[in-house]
Ligand binder design. Structure first.
Ligand code: PLP
Length: 395
């Protein structure tokens, strides 16, 4: 059994705060602060340029990728780190599209995160492909024989709805298409099994449930059957077969290395590496069971005590990730009032109160405090105040 009391102690959780926003930015693992300080003191300052070899900065994107592999059902040598998720979406989607010459349709859904859709739109315009966007429940029926790539985010950032990755991938394969999965709200939140689902490409970020810190780099996975065939469009020097030969022509590195683009963010990767220590000994089945306990308790508590909100997530835990949304016509002000009272979730337009439950550090006490506070904010109309209506740049 995973010791979740121990994993909770590994984080700095500010006094007086119930943090249910780890689906946007995970809290800081205490070890990350010390690890980064040590890296600055021992590596960057003392080793200077030699750190690329001596401190292993150059191989860090693969080494850290191997640590993430276990959490997403991938094997060693199949995952590499770098860039932001939006860039990795482009990298995976463009490579998948090139593996289906003669086909030009990309299918996604309206529950996808806008950045993924924007990237797909830009790519489609640039290469003469077509992006089709359908409601999440219509995806399966929209998989047609002209499909090149099915590009989906497994867990919907707004509702928490979880797609059936294995079933939809199988349908895409039957149609002769490839499947690209975004795990932004899955990695570290649910029991992802890329190999079992037979997916083709996957990407995800590490600052949400993996707690790598603001701006932590994304990961990309390629199924081994494509690893030496995939041709990324962003052909950066770090993905070259021999970066330090400085050839004038691109020649892809073998395997997942070709998905690298430029210089990796070493300081951010150092923080992430420390954050991944917390995952040692965490079983994914335990993670999933605890996530379901927490979300079920939250739904039951809110529905019993807050008649003004309506559930905006699937009721069946098997069909959702590790977050719960509730709708309220004044959701923005309600969330601001909730945050002022020490319960941090977030608001997603137009009317959703969103709460992420991270099994590594959230527990049933957090659920109870969140339910109590939400019930009070709504019952007493605490949210109905001008100061809670002022919108900040980042919501
Ligand atoms: C959080 C998130 C992103 C953010 O992309 P960045 O490039 O890291 O800013 C993209 N896609 C999905 C599905 C997300 O949930």
């Amino acid at each position: 059994m995973t010791d979740f009391a121990a994993t909770r102690r590994a984080f700095h959780l500010p006094q007086g705060i119930t943090y249910l926003d780890g689906n946007s930015l995970g809290p800081m693992p205490v070890a990350a602060r010390d690890r980064v300080a040590r890296m600055m003191a021992d590596e960057w300052s003392e080793m200077l340029i030699a750190g690329w070899n001596k401190a292993g900065w150059y191989v860090q994107p693969r080494r850290v990728g191997d640590r993430i592999a276990r959490l997403i059902g991938a094997g060693p040598g199949q995952v590499v780190m770098g860039d932001t998720l939006s860039i990795k979406v482009f990298q995976a989607l463009s490579a998948a599209l090139r593996l289906r010459p003669g086909r030009r349709v990309i299918l996604s859904d309206s529950g996808n995160f806008p950045s993924d859709l924007y990237v797909a739109q830009g790519l489609a315009q640039a290469v003469g492909a077509e992006l089709r966007v359908v409601p999440p429940e219509d995806v399966e029926a929209a998989i047609a024989p002209d499909l090149a790539v099915l590009m989906l985010t497994e867990v919907d950032y707004r509702t928490g709805r979880r797609h059936d990755m294995a079933a939809l991938t199988a349908r895409a394969h039957q149609a002769g298409a490839l499947a690209v999965w975004d795990l932004a709200h899955s990695a570290g939140a649910v029991d992802v099994d890329l190999t079992g689902a037979d997916a083709d490409f996957a990407v995800g970020c590490t600052y949400k449930y993996l707690n790598g810190g603001p701006g932590a780099p994304a990961f990309i996975w390629t199924h081994p059957r494509h690893a030496d065939a995939a041709q990324p469009i962003l052909q950066g020097w770090m993905g070259h077969d021999a970066p330090f030969a400085f050839d004038l022509d691109y020649r892809p590195a073998s395997g997942i290395e070709r998905m690298r683009v430029g210089t990796p963010p070493v300081i951010a990767l150092t923080a992430l590496d420390a954050a991944l220590d917390v995952w040692e000994g965490v079983g994914l089945a335990d993670l999933r069971a605890r996530s379901i306990d927490l979300t079920q308790a939250f739904v039951a508590g809110v529905e019993a005590r807050c008649p003004d909100v309506t559930l905006n997530s699937p009721r069946d835990p098997a069909r959702r990730g590790s977050q719960i949304g509730f709708r309220h016509p004044q959701a923005y002000a309600v969330m601001q009032a909730l945050i002022a009272a020490g319960v941090v979730g977030d608001f997603r337009a137009p009317d959703v109160l969103r709460f992420g439950f991270a099994p590594l550090y959230n527990d049933l006490d957090d659920v109870e405090r969140a339910v109590d506070t939400l019930a009070r904010v709504l019952r007493d109309g605490i949210w109905d105040d001008e100061k809670f209506r002022q919108k900040a740049a980042v919501t």
